[in-house]
Design a protein around this ligand. Structure first.
Ligand code: KIV
Ligand code: ZN
Length: 513
């Protein structure tokens, strides 16, 4: 019998700390349901003390999710722990994850605390968390740069105080695999009561080593990995869930443990997270990138045709690529549409929402012959967003682009129920359209990123555009999809403007203790 490797997903918490990736309560619910179908063991749904929005999102996820443990993050402060306890009250299974920094630089420069004081805070926090739940996780933040002796002392003390999981975060992505693995082995061996807790790791990807470090830790006794879909997370991100899970599964000959993840749900989750957050997946990304199972070189294609194992170590369908077939078309009815959406985890709040989504589906099917799951995900992202946040709406767009002429665009928007029209010239059709929109909405935000991805293949494919706007320290990502890239760009810009105007979307920070 192999050990169970606990998969702790933090897409909704650490993932949300990526610039512009803040999610609304409803978006978090959609992702949480997809994670539950993926069978992750623990879903870290947010940081309840960070904002009212985050508190409500954790509360909602806790009330809906039944098969995974729902976790809330809390600094080692009474008020944070109480907020987490309150947000998790309705959960079938709840966990409080409390943390305090333990590296010399963090203790001196950030916390202005002596090591003994840090231990006191940690112990007090764990004891308080235990009043709400028996499942308490403690993290010594910046463990990757903390002294091993000090880690041994604080971890022994928190186990005595009731911590059941000890998470070792490489907060700044400084570790390298052999050394990180040895640290985990040393901690397990040196801490006298280490058998009373599960050791976990949480690695950041600043040196591109998050997955390698996590796997080295697993080989040295860690039995929980914290990770995110698509490797989303602060700065360069966290260890990618799909890479960790598929490594352990594919190399079962070298790992003494296994996960309970249903890997066939991986691709759906990846697409959902990408479309909600506006973070596209790079084509050569392992497991979920568009090219992950594509063979270009003739010699490889020849080999795969003769025997798939010549160049493939995993089966594409095992991570959900086979679900990627044409699913619906122009003649599909409302029931077929609704049932495919249900399979994708989308539940409509009302008949009106279903009707709106179905009518958009029909419009898309008129333009595009074959509708894939990715098209449906993009479509629902738009409908879902509009329901909650749409202050500005794109009514019409006319663009004139001709060789030798300066492109110009005429845009009509509905802003707070009033229609306004404006024109602008630009370097190209997209530039002119976005300038015309900006003239009307006057956000004065900086365009920090503009990117286009085709959702499926072919020239009739929908283009998915991401627009990142930055204003006064606030960053938002807008998404738009359409078979016409100029319209997709306009939709993405309007989407980003709406997010900028929405009070619900703020970027929660871990803050300081
Ligand atoms: O990176 C980090 O240290 C964290 C902790 C809260 C676990 O995200
Ligand atoms: Zn982190």
């Amino acid at each position: 019998m192999k050990d169970h490797l606990i998969i702790f997903d933090t897409t909704l918490r650490d993932g949300e700390q990526s610039p512009g990736a803040s999610m609304t309560r409803d978006e978090k619910i959609r992702i949480a349901k997809a994670l539950e179908r993926l069978k992750v063991d623990v879903i870290e749904a947010g940081f309840p003390a960070a904002s009212v929005g985050d508190f409500e999102a954790v509360l909602a996820v806790a009330n809906i999710i039944k098969d995974s443990t729902v976790c809330g993050l809390a600094r080692a402060l009474d008020k944070d722990i109480d907020q987490a306890g309150a947000a998790l009250k309705g959960a079938a299974r709840s966990r409080i994850h409390t943390f305090i920094a333990t590296s010399p630089i963090h203790m001196q420069m950030k916390l202005h605390m002596q090591p003994e004081q840090v231990i006191e805070y940690a112990v007090k926090a764990v004891k308080r968390a235990r009043q709400f739940t028996d499942d308490v996780e403690f993290s010594p933040e910046d463990a990757g740069r903390s002294e091993e002796d000090f880690l041994c002392r604080i971890l022994e003390a928190v186990i005595d105080a009731g911590a059941t999981t000890l998470n070792i975060p490489d907060t700044v992505g400084y570790s390298v695999p052999q050394q990180f693995g040895a640290t985990i082995a040393n901690l397990i061996q040196r801490i006298p009561n280490s058998d009373k807790a599960i050791f976990s790791v949480h690695c950041h990807n600043d040196l591109g080593l998050a997955v390698a470090n996590s796997l080295a830790a697993v080989m040295n006794g860690a039995r929980q990995v914290e990770c995110t879909i698509n490797g989303l997370g602060e700065r360069a991100g966290n260890a990618s869930l799909e890479e960790v899970v598929m490594s352990v599964r594919t190399r079962h000959d070298v790992f003494a443990c296994q996960t309970r993840v249903d890997s066939r749900e991986i691709l759906t989750c990846s697409k959902l997270v990408s479309s909600i957050t506006g973070f596209p997946v790079q084509p050569n990304k392992a497991i979920v990138g568009a090219n992950a199972f594509a063979h270009e070189a003739g010699i490889h294609q020849d080999g795969v045709l003769k025997s798939r194992e010549t160049y493939e170590i995993m089966r594409a369908e095992d991570v959900g690529w086979s679900a990627n077939r044409m699913v619906l078309g122009k003649h599909s009815g409302r029931n077929a549409f609704k049932s495919r959406m249900t399979e994708l985890g989308v539940e409509f709040q009302s008949e009106e929402d279903l009707n709106e989504a179905f009518s958009r589906f029909k419009q898309l099917a008129d333009k595009k012959h074959e509708i894939f799951d990715e098209d449906l995900q993009a479509l629902i992202s738009e409908v879902g967003f509009e329901a909650e946040d749409e202050h500005v709406k794109l009514v019409a767009l006319k663009v004139c682009s001709e060789t030798g002429e300066i492109p110009n665009a005429k845009v009509t928007l509905r802003i707070a129920n009033k229609e306004v029209t404006g024109n602008a010239e630009g370097g190209g059709a997209v530039d002119a359209s976005l300038k015309a929109i900006e003239k009307l909405v006057a956000t004065d935000a900086v365009l920090a990123l503009y990117s286009v991805n085709n959702i499926t293949n072919g020239t009739d494919s929908q283009g998915e555009v991401t627009v990142r706007l930055e204003k006064g320290g606030r960053i938002v990502n807008g998404l738009g999809a359409d078979t016409d890239i100029v319209i997709a760009s306009a939709k993405a810009y309007v989407n980003a403007v709406n997010k900028l105007l929405s009070p619900e979307r703020r970027h929660p920070q871990k803050g300081e203790v």
